[in-house]
Write a protein that binds this ligand. Sequence first.
Ligand code: UDP
Length: 234
Amino acid sequence: MSAYSRVLLKLSGETFADESASISPTIVGDLADQLVEVSEMGVQIGVVVGGGNILRGASMSATGMDRSSADHMGMLATVINALALQDACEKRGTPTRVQSAVAMQELAEPYIRRRAIRHLEKGRIVIFGAGLGAPYFSTDTAAAQRALEIGAEAIFKGTKVDGVYDADPALNPDAKRYERLDYITVLQDGLKVMDATAISLCMDNGLPIVVFDMLTKGNIRRAVSGEPIGTIVS
Ligand code: UDP
């Protein structure tokens, strides 16, 4: 049984990578296995993919490049990840659609809210590429915005750690994991959940964020089933 009927999953680009490749076929395959499992439970899934495994606009602009141009490159990076995830899901027999916020009709549908919802209702996984299509934004903010537009009940923020800690658990063995947090604490304490624009948007609209480790197999299912495996920001 799932606790949610429609969710928006945010996958950072870094979760696609391993030591040897920026897009690891094994990791993308494992992610697709998890998505297919949840889709087969009848949960409607939208996915916003990041691009940080390939390129981030802020890092490129720090080398002297115009920020808007660098962000356009970053958005294209997210579409590369979206296509990789689409392929892996469809290899497993689950229909998907990639919708891009930047027009590129040869390889993705344009983002059309009503059409995205229709795909979800038909059991297709909808993968949103190119963020919001606007520079100076992140895919975290795109995830919050798309989640609100499609009426998702929560954002599931998949990371490589099992929630939000009061210190870096890799450096501090006494670091404590929060089970619940409120938005203001996340903003005031600068906790690494999502960027401030994304958190504010969630806070203003009462959209919960579930932060969890999604590299452990079955965790996306556990999270959407409501098992307390990470941190809930609400
Ligand atoms: N980006 C953007 N507008 C958006 C979403 C993303 O300009 O609405 C660009 C930005 O340069 C960003 C890059 O795309 O650095 C990749 O996205 P992000 O850094 O959010 O990816 P993640 O950290 O989740 O892998």
